[in-house]
Design a protein around this ligand. Sequence first.
Ligand SMILES: Nc1nc2c(ncn2[C@@H]2O[C@H](COP(=O)(O)OP(=O)(O)OP(=O)(O)O)[C@@H](O)[C@H]2O)c(=O)[nH]1
Ligand SMILES: [Mg+2]
Length: 371
Amino acid sequence: MNSTLVDIEKRIKEIEDELKNTKYNKSTEKHILKLKARLTYLRKELEEKKRREKKRISKAGIKKEGNARVTIIGPPSVGKSYLFNRLTNAKSEIGDYPFTTLDIHPGVMKYKNAKIQILDTPGLIKGASLGRGNGREILSIARDSDLLLIMVDVFNYDLDTILNEIYNFGIRINKKEPNISVRKTERGGIKIIPTLPLSVSEDYLKSIAWEFGYRNADITIREDISAEDFMDVLAGNRVYIPATLAINKIDLVDNNYLSQLKRKFGKWNPIFISASHGYGISTLREEIFKKVGLIRVYLKPQAGEIDIHEPLILRRGATVKDICNAIHRDFVKRFRYAMIWGRSVKFEGQHVGLDHRVEDEDIVRLVLRKY
Ligand SMILES: Nc1nc2c(ncn2[C@@H]2O[C@H](COP(=O)(O)OP(=O)(O)OP(=O)(O)O)[C@@H](O)[C@H]2O)c(=O)[nH]1
Ligand SMILES: [Mg+2]
């Protein structure tokens, strides 16, 4: 680690400490916000420095496979590998000691015609986002996933540490990207242009933008946001990913204990499982399928029945063009129009073009030129 990295980390630590020791009230509000903005800025700088340095560090470099990618992430020994072995065709070592898994392992879960890549990762520990325990490799691969499967167990459920590390690495879970656009300008200072009333004052937002180095910019804000949301947008390297919480080893506790956990983690809608006994696994598979954002489209051949057993699996937001490409390279060239029955159209059998977006369970018939 070079000295600048250490420097930045030291400054981050100092600001974090100051934040911890500053009581929140009207008179400190502004100062706190400034500290937070600086913190975000420093974290971003740290991030970039580390990224540049990363070339040195071995990359996990795991090829994507299938229709979507899910990363299992959680503290050591909660049963990630046990679950991974159950969900996929692959094998990962299981052990009753922490850090049994040292590398990231890929496997594939087949479900409802979809192939979903699942990644088993080493236990995530405090400081992971700064590189402890292969943390950056784990979080890098998590950033590049369609879903995070956050896993804890009935005794080891320090979710806050995991969430903190995820957050500090620029991953925002179960949240949409804030609807803000930033346009740098030549002059005129920082202009905040809200399209609706905001709960954060414009002056605050301006001072944050200033901290981030903006001097002239038009910033359009199209929804009510928090100061954090705003910083995320200015920082610019955030990813927004859905997450599901699984709580493992329920075979070890009684119903009373489980009810307490349910209350504690209620807002997460966790899935309670036992990887070793198999409880809750089918619910979890279904949840994964739903949350990774896949849709099923049934193709209607020119003549004959729809093959409802064999849907085509696509990503949410896919268009007719994607369907063509998924079937045959030539189909886009030969495409005349498509007919659709289902949620994406106003009336049954509607004719649409290549850019039309399909929805889950649409029935699609492609009408093509002869060659
Ligand atoms: N009772 C019970 N034990 C489990 C369950 N799932 C896993 N275990 C045990 O928990 C221990 C850890 O399991 P692993 O799958 O290796 O845990 P891990 O999260 O992959 O651990 P690391 O790779 O070290 O991070 C092993 O002794 C497993 O047999 C479960 O559902 N119930
Ligand atoms: Mg493991």
